[in-house]
Design a protein around this ligand. Structure first.
Ligand SMILES: Cc1cc2nc3c(=O)[nH]c(=O)nc-3n(C[C@H](O)[C@H](O)[C@H](O)COP(=O)(O)OP(=O)(O)OC[C@H]3O[C@@H](n4cnc5c(N)ncnc54)[C@H](O)[C@@H]3O)c2cc1C
Length: 414
C-alpha cells in the first residue's frame, strides 16, 4: 500500500550538496525529508572515494591554507579534518585541498542528519513528480520496494544528474563529451613512504611498459590520491578511456572495464615495480567516479568566462576557488587557472529553476556550462551551493523574500 506524507522541503540525493542543503533547511526550522538511493551518505565522496576536498581554500602560493568560505562549509571541513586526522596539502601552482577518510565523511553526514532531525529514506529512488501551475506538488519514490508519495512546499535536486528536471521534462544542459570517469582502488604493503616519489616510480614503470607494448597506452592515466599514502597503504585512481554517454548500460560497461584495468594494473605493479613487490589489492571503491552529468536550467547560466575572469555577483551565494579541470578520455588532465589570489562567485540564479518556482539545485547539477562545472563541481563548492539552496528553498516554503535570504547567506557564509 502506498504511504503518503507531507513535508516542507524534500532534498533528492545525499551527497555533499544534499547533506548541506538538508541541514540548511532544517536550521531554518523546517521539516525536511532526504531521499538517497544508496544505504549511506556522501555521494561521490564516499561511493567513488575521491579522497580530497577541493575548493575550500584561497588559490594562493601562501603555504598556509586559508579558508575562502565560513559558515557551514568551514564547520563541515574542520570536523572532517579533525575526524580524518589530516591537514590541507597544496600544489606548486597554489591549489590547496583537504585529504579525508571516507568513513569519517559518512559518519559526519549521518550525525548531521540525525542532529537536525531530518527524515531520511535510504535505498530509495525517484519514480516521478507531480507539477501543477509551475510548482512541484509532490515526489513519488520507491523506498525499499514500497511506493511513497511526499507532498512538499519546495524541493532541492542534489542528485548530481538533474533527476528532477528529467522527471519533469524540463530543459537540460547536456554535454557533447562528458568528462572521463575514474576508478579508485587501494593497495596495501607498499614499500615507499614518499607519495611524490611513489608517483614518479609508478609513472616511470608504466611509461616504459607502454613504450614496450606491454600495457595499453591509457595505463599512464594513473594517479596517487593525494594524502592517501599511510601505513604502507595507498589509494590509486585510474582514468577510464571509455566515453561516458548515459546510454542504457553505459555505467555497467564503464564499471566492468574499470575493474579489468584495476586487476591488470595492480598485477603489473606487483610483478614489475619494486615498491609494490609485497603489495596486494585490498579494496576497490564501490562505484566508478562519474565526474559530470546533466545540469538543470536555472535563472543564470554560469560560464567558463565567469570562472576564468573571477566574476563577482551582487547575489553571490558561494565563493569559488578552483581551476577549470578537464579530464578527457584520451589524455591526462587539462587545467585552466584563473588569476592567483583571486576567486569567482556563484550567483543565486544558478540554483533556482527558471520555470518551476519552488525547484532549486545544488552541487554538480547547478545551472552551468561544461567549462564552468569543470570547476564548480568540487566539493568545497558543492557544500556551499548545497547550504545556499537549502536556505533558498526554506525561504520559498515560508514565502519569504529571496533578497533577504541571499543577504543572510552572504553574511553567514561569504
Ligand atoms: C574521479 C573523481 C575525482 C574527483 N576528485 C575530487 C577531488 O579530489 N576533490 C573534490 O572536491 N571533488 C572531486 N570530485 C568531484 C566531487 O566528488 C563531486 O563533484 C561532488 O562530490 C558532487 O557532489 P554532489 O552532492 O553534487 O553529487 P553526488 O556526490 O554525486 O551525490 C548525488 C547523490 O544523489 C544520489 N542520487 C542520484 N540519483 C538519485 C535518485 N534517482 N534517487 C535517489 N538518490 C539519487 C546519489 O546516490 C548520490 O548520493 C571528483 C569526482 C570524481 C568522479
Amino acid at each position: 500500500m502506498e504511504t503518503v506524507l507531507q513535508t516542507d522541503v524534500v532534498v533528492l540525493g545525499g551527497g555533499s550538496a544534499g547533506v548541506a542543503a538538508a541541514v540548511a533547511a532544517a536550521r531554518k526550522g523546517l521539516q525536511v525529508m532526504l531521499i538517497e538511493r544508496n544505504s549511506y551518505l556522501g555521494g561521490k565522496a564516499t561511493t567513488a572515494e575521491v579522497g580530497t576536498i577541493c575548493g575550500l581554500y584561497h588559490f594562493s602560493k601562501n603555504e598556509k591554507s586559508e579558508y575562502i568560505v565560513k559558515g557551514f562549509t568551514k564547520e563541515f571541513a574542520e570536523e572532517l579534518r579533525v575526524q580524518s586526522n589530516t591537514s590541507p596539502l597544496f600544489s606548486p601552482e597554489g591549489v590547496h585541498y583537504l585529504p579525508y577518510q571516507v568513513e569519517a565523511f559518512k559518519e559526519i553526514c549521518l550525525n548531521l542528519i540525525n542532529e537536525h532531525k531530518i527524515g531520511i529514506y535510504f535505498n530509495a529512488v525517484l519514480e516521478h513528480v507531480t507539477v501543477e501551475d509551475q510548482q512541484l506538488k509532490s515526489v513519488h519514490i520507491i523506498a525499499a520496494g514500497n511506493p511513497v508519495t511526499i507532498n512538499l512546499h519546495a524541493l532541492i535536486d542534489c542528485s548530481g544528474d538533474s533527476v528532477i528536471s528529467q522527471a519533469a521534462n524540463l530543459p537540460l544542459i547536456k554535454s557533447e563529451n562528458y568528462q572521463a570517469a575514474a576508478q579508485v582502488f587501494t593497495m596495501q604493503g607498499v614499500a615507499e613512504e614518499n607519495e611524490f616519489k611513489l608517483g614518479m616510480i609508478m609513472m616511470k614503470a608504466l611509461r616504459s611498459a607502454i613504450d614496450n607494448n606491454i600495457l595499453g597506452d591509457f595505463y599512464d592515466r594513473v594517479y596517487v590520491v593525494q594524502g592517501s599514502l599511510k601505513n604502507n597503504c595507498v589509494n590509486l585512481k585510474i582514468g577510464i578511456p571509455l566515453a561516458v554517454t548515459y546510454a542504457p548500460g553505459n555505467l555497467q560497461e564503464l564499471r566492468t572495464v574499470a575493474l579489468g584495468f584495476v586487476e591488470n594494473l595492480s598485477q603489473f605493479l606487483i610483478k614489475q615495480v619494486d615498491a609494490f613487490k609485497n603489495a596486494s589489492l585490498v579494496h576497490i571503491a564501490p562505484e566508478i567516479g562519474i565526474r559530470t552529468g546533466q545540469r538543470s536550467t536555472g535563472k543564470y547560466l554560469l560560464t567558463e568566462e565567469d570562472v576564468l575572469s573571477c566574476k563577482k555577483f551582487d547575489n553571490a551565494i558561494a565563493n569559488a576557488s578552483w581551476p577549470v579541470e578537464i579530464w578527457e578520455q584520451n589524455r591526462r588532465v587539462n587545467i585552466h587557472y584563473f588569476t592567483l589570489d583571486d576567486y569567482y562567485q556563484v550567483p543565486a540564479g544558478c540554483l533556482h529553476s527558471n520555470t518551476i518556482g519552488n525547484l532549486f539545485f545544488a552541487g554538480r547539477n547547478i545551472s552551468a556550462t561544461d567549462g564552468a562545472i569543470a570547476s564548480a563541481r568540487v566539493m568545497g563548492i558543492c557544500l556551499q551551493t548545497g547550504y545556499a539552496a537549502g536556505c533558498m528553498a526554506a525561504a520559498s516554503a515560508l514565502d519569504l523574500p529571496i533578497g533577504d535570504t541571499i543577504r543572510q547567506i552572504q553574511n553567514e557564509q561569504l
